[in-house]
Ligand binder design. Structure first.
Ligand code: PLP
Length: 396
């Protein structure tokens, strides 16, 4: 351990993918033909109409200056309009509540940035944060870096990967300031109903905590659009929601995302941000507006439809090979059960060693992820089929 390193960094959860990463690199260096379902990073390019907007705006000197750390009013307004127009539910009538772009929307340098910084904005030392397990690792690391304590909420297949609030001891709940939710869920692909969000908000009111619902996959769905927690009456008192252009528009590298909902919590997050960053480069904010206004264009819906085709190739192939898999209704992942008694790390190591295919062990997302592996649907149809054929030949 180096002298130049805080104790806090040593409390960050260990990076469990190190081993898989090392094996993957070794396989590639050895010239093997590796098919990588590892990272949730879309392989398709950003749509040309979005890129064109950068070309149109990048020469303007006004766009070369510091941006505001909470984003331009124009981009915040475009997001509020996008939320307002987006219809939910089978009847198509329910929509997100109106968001005030002045106080209820802020722009982030990616959802990860906002998720990582939120605990710094909300917690006092020793406050507890309720975190789903398995879950996106930044919920834990942001809490640790802010000096907070995490309490895991187990997600289990038997309860459709939703947390059971009755399991949270009341003394833990009383000390909690913040609860993370993430639906559609990474890594389990589960969706949450409006009724579930209502229950979660009752819990938040009882213990006076804020719910931060990570909706990074809100637009990546195959049938019914996912519910928004902000559809629940009075949700804005106790909830904020994180959104991102990354997965919806194949824009992971661009770093444009949003936090919306409770104005006081957003103001606190904005205070942290104004001390640490100076916002998204303005041509990219212009491109973000273009993306949001073009969200219903066929080219965007077609990009998302590709995940459905890949999903079907993968799950049909693996099911024929004896795997047990539920078809996901949203996200860019497939969450597949390991054969009985096989650990997720053992399975992913074997699949890499014997089929040159990279999948992520569920245990990397938390101990309740054990028994599953995650495939990211970021590989084209032909290569996905090739991977299925290779895996089907293994005797697992
Ligand atoms: C990809 C992802 C994010 C990060 O999105 P960015 O806007 O690219 O930072 C946040 N949450 C979850 C669950 C994700 O999978």
């Amino acid at each position: 351990m180096t002298h130049w390193r805080s104790d806090r960094l040593d409390q960050l959860p260990p990076y469990l993918f190190v081993e898989i990463d090392r094996h993957k690199r070794a396989a590639i260096e050895a010239g093997r033909d590796v098919i990588d379902f590892g990272i949730g990073d879309p392989d398709q390019p950003t749509a040309p109409f979005i890129i064109d907007r950068v070309r149109e705006t990048i020469g303007d000197a006004d766009n070369h200056r510091y941006a505001s750390s909470v984003g331009t009013l124009e981009l915040r307004t475009a997001f509020a309009e996008f939320c307002g127009e987006r219809s939910h539910g089978t009847d198509g009538n329910e929509t997100c509540p109106n968001l005030d772009p002045n106080s209820e929307v802020i722009v982030l340098l990616g959802a990860k940035e906002g998720i990582g910084h939120l605990p710094l904005a909300l917690l006092n030392p020793g406050d507890t944060v309720l975190v789903p397990d398995p879950g996106y690792p930044v919920y834990v690391s942001g809490t640790v870096l802010a000096g907070g304590r995490c309490h895991a909420m187990p997600l289990r297949e038997s309860t459709c990967w939703l947390p059971d609030f009755d399991e949270i001891p009341s003394d833990v709940a009383r000390n909690a300031r913040l609860m993370w939710l993430n639906y559609p869920n990474n890594p389990t692909t589960a969706m949450a109903s409006l009724a579930f969000f209502e229950t979660a908000l009752e819990f938040a009111r009882e213990y006076d905590l804020l719910i931060a619902q990570d909706a990074a996959y809100s637009e990546v769905y195959f049938d019914e659009p996912p519910a928004s927690i902000l559809q629940v009456d009075g949700a804005k008192e106790h909830a904020i929601e994180f959104h991102s252009l990354s997965k919806t528009f194949n824009m992971t590298g661009w770093r444009v995302a949003f936090a919306v909902g409770n104005a006081d919590a957003l103001a606190a997050l904005a205070t942290v941000k104004s001390n640490l960053d100076s916002g998204v480069f303005l041509p990219l904010q212009h491109a973000g507006i273009e993306a949001l206004r073009g969200a219903s264009k066929p080219e965007i819906r077609n990009q998302i439809a590709k995940y459905r085709t890949r999903r079907d190739i993968l799950i049909n192939g693996l099911r024929s090979a004896g795997w047990s898999i539920n078809a996901p209704d949203a996200t860019i992942y497939v969450w597949a059960k390991c054969p009985p008694g096989v650990k997720s790390m053992t399975l992913s190591t074997r699949i890499l060693a014997e089929a040159d295919v990279v999948v992520v062990p569920g245990v990397g997302f938390g101990r309740y992820g054990e028994g599953f592996v995650r495939f990211a649907l970021t590989v084209d149809d032909e290569r996905t089929q090739e991977a299925v054929d290779r895996i089907a030949k293994l005797s697992l």
